[in-house]
Design a protein around this ligand. Sequence first.
Ligand SMILES: *Cc1c(COP(=O)(O)O)cnc(C)c1O
Length: 434
Amino acid sequence: MTTLTRTGRTPGIPAFVPPGAAAGPTAAELIRRERTYGARNYDPLPVVISHGEGSWLVDVEGRRHLDLMSAYSAVSFGHGHPKIVAALTEQAHRLAVTSRAYFNDRLPLLLERLVAMTGLDRALPVNTGLEAVETAIKAARKWGHKVKGIPEGRARIIACRGNFHGRSITITGLSTEAQYRDGFGPFPAGLDTIPFGDPAALAAAIGPDTAAFLVEPVQGEAGIVVPPDGYLAHCAEICHRRRVLLICDEVQTGLGRTGHTLGWQHDGAMPDGVILGKALGGGLLPVSAFVATDEVMQVFNPGDHGSTFGGNPLAASVALAAIGVLEDERLVMRSRELGAWLLDELRAIASPLVVDVRGRGLFIGIEVDAARVTAREVVDRLLARGILSKDTHGTVVRIAPPLNVPREALVWAVGEIRAVLSEIEGETRAAARA
Ligand SMILES: *Cc1c(COP(=O)(O)O)cnc(C)c1O
């Protein structure tokens, strides 16, 4: 049994000596500058990262942290994966950006790969997750008007309460999070929301003008909310019968995160469109895509939609390398097996502070009892022990490491999580006695 401390060694994990760690400004000074000169749209944990390697991040003071967050799945294949970095640097030296005014010699290979991976017909590459979601919404609306025959300007999109699809104006208009909407209206018309995990609510919400149902296979930002088994299959059946597109937002669940290549595969529910992002960029670049059936994608004619950087050869090379790593390292199976094991381990902690541990694959949420502790408190204490996680929605601690995280690192992390929970429990009990 190996033991691992934040500064210690574990077989297979080299001790990390950050080059020139002490050279720059101190952590406190960097945090001060960011707080002084940056917009206040984020509230980061007080740790300043300067290096990353695999599942490990090193801060400017040379402390090593286990990354249980993977930048919201953007780093599903670990930090600085040698094969993905090699693809990036080789391609950067050769050709990086051409725009879509010309063909390039990398994009066709990526498109073919995306189509093979999803079982759909055509892919449209863009850059960030929200751009791909916007692309899907544009495609769905135009399909609704031109193919389904919805009167022009009347197409409606249904999404789920608690969704997270990004932060553009339209997507914010779909959000049910008061803070995300506050002050940002007016929002576009034609957007509806229904409860997540409830096929009957979908059936009831569909009207003659409904073009698409947009859904996350597992809701990430809502707190790793897992729907009942069979949910998406049921939704697919309803959508098919009512001539409504089923579009899965796999920006966070895609590429192995839930123990399937794509999250919808858990139910075998074939969607009409899939949105990919985050992990598709191999932890190095923003790369996203909307992948759909011919019937949907044929609504786009030259000039209808596009992005200057979308499908650039640098991004295509990196995405191809990322998909290669997913397959070569058998990370889908690894996520499924390691995730099932981790879920059991975390459930076995059985702390009275924890009300639920849930997840699929290496996509796990620990929900704490809001009356007794905040998720942020747990996250702060894990940080002090060299573990980076993140609270979401006040009560959920998100556990989503790189899919190739060493098992022994997770064994260590489970011990630290157990220690943090019993530490807080002990203190609350002592405070209650006093
Ligand atoms: C992160 C996320 C997005 C938005 O991606 P960005 O790259 O941040 O624009 C969209 N959908 C889901 C499910 C996400 O998790």
